[in-house]
Design a binder for this molecule. Sequence first.
Ligand code: AMP
Length: 180
Amino acid sequence: MSAKEVMLNVQQLREFIRDIPDFPKKGIIFKDITPLLKNGPALRFACDQLAKNFEGFKIDQVVGIESRGFIFSPVLAYLLGAGFVPVRKKGKLPAAKEAVSYALEYGEDSLEVHLDAVKKGTQIVIVDDLLATGGTAEAVIRLVEKLGASVLGLAFLVELKFLNGRERLRNYRIDSLIQY
Ligand code: AMP
């Protein structure tokens, strides 16, 4: 049987997400997506479902957020016939760049994108593995909008609804496959 023929639904995808308590620090329940990633049918189903949400949209680029956002964003770009733009952690990109600082559920960080990666009027979708407080996604929206891009929506594999990230990003279209 091919991976496509294996029947899966979104409800079943939940079984591939593993809770790791107190990682990376006490009090955090880390949603580990590696059981899903290592399963062919589950990975394919998740990528196809994420892309389905944007069928019929004219998308120029999919912007992925380092690190786990990089797992899904190039696949989505490929499926949607769009380009892929990496938003990377401080100090990783070699050419001229724009930066933004943001607060995480645990800690603080800054993200960067190449100045010439996104042009004025470019239609983009932002992708990450998980939406928690929405701080990271909000920072990336600020970053790409500063460069003149138009954000059509944001896609996440997992959404932690109780952290209200969706409310923080209320002016944008949000799609998530698995909610907690
Ligand atoms: P936030 O900015 O609060 O929406 O956090 C989202 C970012 O932090 C994503 O890049 C996630 O990969 C990561 N993250 C936050 N909370 C968790 C969690 N409980 N489990 C796994 N990843 C998380």
